[in-house]
Design a protein around this ligand. Sequence first.
Ligand code: RB5
Length: 156
Amino acid sequence: MNLNQEPIIIGSDHAAYPLKQIIKTWLIDNNFQVEDKGTDSIESVDYPDYGIKVASLISKGQFSRGILLCGTGLGMSMVANRFAHVRGALCNNLFSAKMSRQHNDANLLIMGGRVIGDILALEIIKTWLETPFEGGRHQQRLDKFDKFDKFDNLLD
Ligand code: RB5
């Protein structure tokens, strides 16, 4: 495995807390610096609180990549992609994980702790971390995201 070792910010709600702990252990065992924004138990919490903590720091450029988890991954996706410069990809399979990097330069991987098993989640993370962005025509498409962030009030 040839992985870029930049720090990774992670967060989850209670539904995916057990998976977050497994992922955190795997990342640390593989020499990643991990910033864990919670939650810290299986006690019920509101997923937007944790999605906002993680996505806002990626949006501000303080972290270049992160992982967010909730029961399905859907709520975290909805929250995260409200932030400018966040390209959050809900990937509960390996093909999506690979394509989210190659074509979308995803900077936030989102998974559903109640959807996938632990081993698949770790395989998805490995694939996501080792797959480079292809650039070219895909960069041209991503540039339109930034244009939209600046000028969305001008759309007709
Ligand atoms: C929590 O019950 C659940 O709604 C949450 O983890 C997530 O799946 C929301 O999208």
